[in-house]
Design a protein around this ligand. Sequence first.
Ligand SMILES: [Zn+2]
Length: 225
Amino acid sequence: MARGAVAPALISSPEDIIEFLIEDASPVDPNAPKPVMERHIHSEIYKRFSGINSVVHSHSPAVLPYAISNVPLKAAIHMAGFLGEEVPVFDISQYYNHNDTRDLLVTNVRLGAALAAKFSADSSQITALPDHSIVLMRSHGFAGCAADIKTVVYQALYTQHNAQVQSDALNLEHAHGGSKDDILYLTPQEARDSYATIGQNLERPWSLWVREVEVSPLYVNSVSL
Ligand SMILES: [Zn+2]
């Protein structure tokens, strides 16, 4: 992960990256510079699911309304079938101990493990892969995980797109005098089938996203290839 003083988008060299132990998210190098605070989100998801190799954490404003309201985020478009039938919400306030700092951040093993458990339909069951791809984090953002980096980036982006489309549809329907029940969401089978098809074809969008990073002056890569 990016060292604590560097925003992830501004990583430019190997020195900007710190490796952590899965067990407790401590730095592999004890002399490493200040680590990022929310590394336990990542370590605990990796610890719980042996088939997961990539984790994303986001504070996307498009998604946040679904993390603070009673409106459930639902699969609304064919590109977001991975959202499935339900997107869980992790409310960190249920897991605080008496003396915890209530800053909504996942800053220790206990809170990270509680978040990771939300990816399972039955938190008492340990499986190689999670039941849910995305978990919303109350008043904070969301976390996502997948077997590979291409899939998790795709899921993170389309979680945003889905949230934006769903919000627009709800607003439009409301302005039109309709109700929330008039919105058409994917059926469970549509969600399953569309993800089975689209999840196999990520090379095309991935190559575009890579190119966007390569040509944007925001991103600097000082590693000689
Ligand atoms: Zn965060």
